[in-house]
Design a protein around this ligand. Structure first.
Ligand SMILES: [Ca+2]
Ligand SMILES: [Ca+2]
Length: 499
């Protein structure tokens, strides 16, 4: 085990040695700050984040009606990871993990939290250097717009931050279909023009930055909001996906008959529509249309930013990376939600385009969003950050990596983790219950093999990758799902439960 990992674990485990051991962590950070600036780097970074984007992207093959020519083009110009996963299945913890380079099981950030609280979350995050800060400390100019962390960006974490227009608007006076507290979920045609959408404004801000002259290499982040709910977009994006032509995602009414009780309890999202509800109310195709329209809309503005890069002086010396912060269920598993340890929620698009690098390469090797931080600093030639828990994907991008035995882990709530390798998904719950799915034969994760003794060895191999530490729920986090499961674990941890 690397020394920095050990340090973090000790920080989490023992308050007695907190002061001594965490001093060691801060020394590591100081050392990083004292590193000589390795001089002008030729390559810039453009990082595009798409909120709640699942595999309904042309090249990801997640939905036959997906229309995403711009993301598809980016994949054709770089490398697509088709088996990449978020470390947490909701925005706040997923993004905190990307930006700190630490797993939720190390930080205790399993739930939502304010950006300003990330470094206050636990001993492990106290002295952490955010990815953007690491680039800034090493001579980069950092710029960003929109949703980068959970709400926007913590004060001072990005030198030139263009802000985020609050919420997920614009909103009509009344919701169209689904009007419940605790969720933005709804769908329909709104507003009239793209110009009124937040993502339009973010794209224009980014275009302006790409047209400017920058004295030092830059790290520019664009955090798009759609397809996060509500699934509102102007008419033309809905017209691209006529309701009658749409395929509904696979759904099996008896799917939950073979899953453990804790899985049912953990995964319950009372504020969201169920598949039973949308079928009964004739709304399934409308919701699917809303999501597909939102994806096509955001794809267009991803394209606007990429076109601006192409016609800028930075076209040939900028690394582009695009990722979604976690996926989404649109009717599979009786849910319209994220907040799960199943494939459709953990899996995300991840694309790298590097100057002079591979083109049109696709890999099914498991990758984690935890790998983003070490990969990007590796690609531009900065020294590794010892605090990073992920591994650099650069060798994979160069086609030289031994990829056998690699897995990606997603956590949800305290002590519940999913491990994905190139074939199986293994889920381990805090009470010792399990699920196991074989994607080779069961891409919909309908048949839970965990109780089948023929798979004991596979389960053991996958369980070996469960985290060595399970940091307690950080007191600055909360759940945005009010179900009995979270009510109980949060109350036990002394954290307020929203009702
Ligand atoms: Ca999200
Ligand atoms: Ca099942």
């Amino acid at each position: 085990m690397r020394r920095s990992s050990l340090t973090k674990i000790l920080c989490v485990l023992s308050s007695l040695v907190l002061i001594t051991v965490c001093d060691a962590t801060s020394k590591t950070t100081e050392q990083a700050q004292e590193l000589p600036n390795p001089g002008p780097h030729k390559q810039n970074v453009l990082m595009i984040i798409v909120d709640d984007l699942n595999d309904w992207v042309g090249v990801m093959g997640g939905h036959p009606n997906a229309h995403t020519p711009n993301i598809d083009k980016l994949a054709a110009e770089g490398m697509l990871f088709t088996n990449a996963h978020a470390t947490a299945s909701l925005c706040g913890p997923s993004r905190a993990s990307v930006m700190t380079g630490l797993r939720p099981s190390t930080t205790g950030i399993y739930g939502q939290l304010s950006d300003k609280n990330i470094k206050l979350a636990s001993p492990a995050t106290e002295n952490i250097t955010f990815m953007t800060e690491y680039f800034a400390e090493n001579g980069y100019k950092t710029m960003g717009i929109g949703k980068i962390f959970h709400s926007g960006a913590p004060e001072g974490s990005i030198q030139e931050y263009g802000g985020r227009i609050n919420g997920f608007g614009p909103h009509p006076r009344n919701k169209f279909v689904w009007d419940r507290n605790g969720t933005n979920t709804d769908w329909g045609v709104f507003p009239k023009n793209d110009e009124d959408m937040i993502d339009y404004k973010s794209a224009m801000w980014a275009k302006d930055k790409l047209a400017e002259e920058h004295a030092s290499p830059f790290f520019l982040t664009v955090g798009f909001i759609r397809p996060h709910a509500p699934w509102y977009a102007p008419q033309k994006w809905f017209d691209m996906h006529p309701r009658e032509s749409l395929t509904m995602p696979p759904y099996l009414a008896t799917d939950f008959d073979d899953i453990p009780e804790i899985s049912r309890a953990l995964h319950e999202v009372p504020m969201m529509p169920t598949t039973e509800w949308v079928i009964e109310n004739g709304e399934w195709a409308n919701a699917v249309q809303g999501y597909l329209a939102s994806v096509s809309f955001v794809d267009h503005y991803v394209g606007e930013v990429l076109k601006a890069l192409e016609s800028s002086p930075y076209a040939d010396n900028t690394i582009v990376v695009l990722w979604g912060d976690h996926g989404y269920h649109l009717g599979e598993k009786n849910r319209f939600a994220k907040h799960s340890l199943w494939e459709e929620t953990t899996r995300v698009p991840l694309i790298f385009k590097t100057p002079g690098g591979v083109k049109g390469k696709v890999t099914g090797t498991p990758a984690s969003l935890l790998d983003l931080y070490p990969t990007l600093i590796d690609l531009v030639g900065l020294p590794a950050n010892e605090d990073n828990e992920g591994t650099s994907l650069k060798p994979l991008l160069e086609g030289s990596a031994d990829t056998s035995g690699k897995v990606a882990m997603t956590s949800y709530g305290y002590g519940n983790h999913a491990i994905r390798d190139d074939r199986y998904r293994y889920i381990y719950f805090s009470d010792g219950s399990e699920e196991l799915y074989d994607h080779q034969n069961d891409p919909n994760e309908w048949v839970n093999l965990a109780d089948n003794i023929d798979y004991d060895e596979i389960k053991q191999q996958l369980a070996h990758h469960l985290p060595e530490v399970s940091a307690p729920l950080s007191p600055v986090t909360s759940s945005d799902v009010t179900n009995d499961y979270f009510r109980e674990i949060l109350t036990k941890a002394g954290i307020d439960v929203k009702d």
